[in-house]
Ligand binder design. Sequence first.
Ligand code: NAD
Length: 336
Amino acid sequence: MLNIGIIGAGRIGKVHLESISYRVKDATVKAVADPFMNDETKAFIEGFGVKEIYTDYHKILEDPAIDAVLICSSTDTHSAISVEAINAGKHVFCEKPVDHSIEKINNVKKALEGKSLKFQVGFNRRFDHNFAAVRAAVEAGKIGETHIVKITSRDPEPPNPAYIKVSGGIFLDMTIHDFDMVRFLSGSEVEEIYVNSAVLVDPAIGEQGDVDTAIITMKLANGALAVIDNSRRAAYGYDQRAEVFGSKGMVATANDTLSTAVFSGADGVIGEKPLFFFLERYMESFSAEMRDFVDSVENDKPVKVGIEAGLQSVLIGLAAKKSVEEHRPVKLSELL
Ligand SMILES: NC(=O)c1ccc[n+]([C@@H]2O[C@H](COP(=O)([O-])OP(=O)(O)OC[C@H]3O[C@@H](n4cnc5c(N)ncnc54)[C@H](O)[C@@H]3O)[C@@H](O)[C@H]2O)c1
């Protein structure tokens, strides 16, 4: 049985606590730490039978009975806590992004060198049933040589503008999942990126120096092209689709809906909207990524989403920001 400590008990920390408690075999949450622990969060955690609840995560790192930690705290704490956890001999699951700084991600990479510890990054969408099926088709050679990867990723509602600055903006917070998805589906690195963007959803986002709508094009190392379209608000809900087109055909996904019931009447045919947001749409993938992490640690298998995925996704995100600022295509090599 793997003993896990969760650092950060906000939205995603709670998701992982619930997953491990109900849907992951061979693992248990031994302790949770959050400096802003309140009575409601404490009661939630206790509801899963966790008795060790701290405000200081060092208590988790100092506990020899804890094998692995999940870093679910605010983004600006991820890389420093990762390094501390690795030096304390813990396996690490770190939420995305590992950091906004390449230098700090490299510090995590260095800390891992020479150690037989697992480090997984929280790109849960790789474990989603739809996207995993697309990748499986590409890997099996069903579409032949990949020519175009297309990702549609639109949120149902924009975040609070105050969140924009701390999150690093759309590319490092939201699109980072799509950047990782391009690498995952194509099996190739991104070499160059060009972004056309606008503020069309909420002027307050523009006032924070960010954009809320983007069309992103990329050139990949294997010669293929990729395009991502992002919006912070789709009136019909969370729009999450992918398509890979190649020399022998195409593989594409549709949105998941609450039901497949379709009403047909005199005025038309109406089906369900996509599932509302990430907690509804990706719940099963959060459990699947956790099962995979536990399996990697317990059976000494390589993690499927390691530090390199964490690094490359942030490099692409930083290149996207540069492309917006300088209105030109940016090669990733410019940032190294
Ligand atoms: N994979 C995904 O789809 C996904 C979804 C949501 C969030 N995230 C990522 O997870 C992280 C947390 O996001 P969230 O939505 O849960 O935010 P949140 O604000 O709800 O929770 C963050 C928690 O971390 C705590 N915290 C801050 N500093 C801490 C420290 N030093 N030690 C322990 N806890 C600390 C805060 O008190 C807060 O409770 C972010 O990096 C975000 O990008 C990933």
